[in-house]
Ligand binder design. Structure first.
Ligand code: GLP
Length: 254
């Protein structure tokens, strides 16, 4: 594992692994290790294609006797506005299909994208996070525009759970997971950067050549709300970042 500061404030713990399968195994191992050492802990979870092999690996480990999640509370980062649990494109559905259907948790929470009062739902989610004492380990993907959760470029770092208007870029990228004729919602409820930054530990996963530019930006741009993931570069302990060779190809100086 390589460890290195980039500039004075920036430090991550980066591991460049051979391929997607190796990244999934390493991420699942890190999550299981954390769960084993934090019974009763709060695990922040992400959605997206990157997480599918990670969750498959967690389910495989669980079926082989790792039962550390039965005492862990899961809190998801986000949900599309307007999509309910029964909607195949919802993150509720994603989580049930890829993780919760196979791996039992003590409790699990996802923002309600069909709440009648969305602002009230955001406050409810913040109250839940406060009640839980914040996130222990937060698992994160990386949006091509630098978003984490659905904290889009320009989101203040002090933001808590809020309704985010999704950028054209994000909607175009995420359209790949929507069925023909299905439109990506214009908005989502997302945990804010403040609560992500306050997680005790951060684990980011990025794979594939389409993440190379974003990963390069994360490490080479000045920290700025214009590239939200840079808000995490001063985290202590440093954010663990697991990537495959394809995603790392622009990281020449690492
Ligand atoms: C999505 C989610 C993020 C996710 C990111 C990357 O829109 N809101 O939580 O990490 O974008 O997704 P993917 O793994 O499909 O590239």
């Amino acid at each position: 594992m390589e460890r290195g500061p980039v500039g004075s404030r920036r430090a991550i713990e980066l591991a460049v692994l051979d391929d997607v399968a190796a990244v999934a195994r390493a991420a699942a191992a890190a999550i299981c290790d954390w769960a084993a050492h934090h019974p009763g802990g709060v695990l922040g979870l992400a959605t997206g294609a990157t997480m599918v092999p990670v969750y498959r690996e967690l389910a495989r480990r669980d079926s082989r006797g790792h039962d550390g999640f039965r005492r862990v509370t899961a809190v998801n980062l986000d949900e599309y506005v307007g999509l309910g649990p029964g909607d195949p494109e919802s993150f509720h559905h994603f989580m049930q299909r890829h993780l919760f259907g196979q791996v039992p948790f003590a409790a699990r929470y996802i923002p309600n994208g069909v709440a009648r009062d969305l602002d009230e739902e955001c406050r409810r989610y913040d109250a839940l996070l406060d009640h839980l004492g914040g996130v222990g380990l937060q698992v994160l993907g990386l949006g091509t525009n630098g978003h984490v959760g659905f904290n889009e470029p320009g989101t203040p770092w002090e933001a808590r759970t809020h309704v985010a208007e999704l950028s054209a870029t994000t909607r175009a990228v995420n359209a790949a997971t929507f069925g023909v004729g299905q439109h990506v919602p214009a908005a989502a409820i997302t945990m804010g950067i403040r609560d992500i930054r306050r997680a005790q530990r951060l684990l980011m996963v990025a794979v594939g050549p389409h993440k190379a530019e974003a990963l390069g930006n994360l490490l080479q741009e000045e920290s700025s709300p214009h590239f939200p993931a840079t808000a995490l570069l001063d985290h202590q302990p440093p954010m663990q970042v697991l990537v495959d060779r394809a995603a790392a190809r622009e990281l020449s100086d690492w």
